[in-house]
Write a protein that binds this ligand. Sequence first.
Ligand code: PMP
Length: 362
Amino acid sequence: MSKRAYNFNAGPAALPLEVLERAQAEFVNYGDTGMSIMEMSHRGAVYEAVHNEAQERLLSLLGNPSGYKVLFIQGGASTQFAMIPMNFLGQGQVANYVMTGSWAEKAIKEARLIGETHVAASSEASKYMALPELQDIKLSDHAAYLHLTSNETIEGTQFKEFPDTGSVPLICDMSSDILSRPFDLSQFAMVYAGAQKNLGPSGVAVVIVREDMITDSPKHLPSMLRYDTYLKNNSLYNTPPSFGIYMINEVLKWIQEKGGLEGVQELNRKKAALIYDAIDSSGGFYRGCVNAEVRSDMNITFRLGTEELEKEFVKASEQEGFVGLKGHRSVGGLRASVYNALPYESAQALVQFMQQFQNSRS
Ligand code: PMP
């Protein structure tokens, strides 16, 4: 295939073509070392420079707030669902969660295995078409932390601002919108994300954590499930997913070249607006799944009149070179994931296809 697909995959998702080409150019001989980055020791100076550079670049994109560290941990965001309560939920404390949809639910499920949890707010009654109002978040007594999911990848909702939790640490799963817009890291004790949407290939979760959170992981925890292991060893306690971290560093360079988080946000807003406008101006042929004020700029969920028509839409889209427009199997419908790396031209092509499809059926 000579042409790149219009790739609307939800994750693993499109990566910037420039990054793939750069990686390709140095794939078999990185920096004149005579080997790929994948073939060299993770204890060597060449790899370590990449590792450290990725951490520094990430913090620099976030304005270099003091006191934060970047950790690279395998096991995806799902392992973080477990590590958070394992490390931060102390005796007599309660883990607090905001329940916003499928991923928040998975996070809560893990916390319940570890200790006492409290749902501090929920939008379940709206079938997750809405998000809880920030002022309706009610923390329990002895709250160890409040966890929220900034962007629900499956339902297609996104918080536009975050609660002030005072002295209670705020922890955020940003798997599907990290680095898609500026945010004030100092509001958070920890943010984390599986890499495979906005950061790089799958196989690593990026954790940005306030150093003072990691003072005393419980003694009984195995080494690989303790944040202090990663902190003390600069995420080099064992062999890290070195190729993935190298790719993250390249993606971060690309974000810098695009004008940093403001730059990518502008592009993301344009892409999302184009597609939402197509939905809203279709006279009801396409219908957005969630309330307009909580729509995600990353995962655009919509439906057609019947499931039959949705199937036809997906089939016809695939024939035209579109990939990944089928909604998540748990909710059905359609979903266009428009992460940082999705080119504007792909969003334009989708809108054109949506209009053609509508014309052919009405
Ligand atoms: N949280 C969110 C918001 C996600 O979208 C995903 C993956 N789609 C996860 C967590 C789980 O990530 P992983 O597959 O890396 O465990």
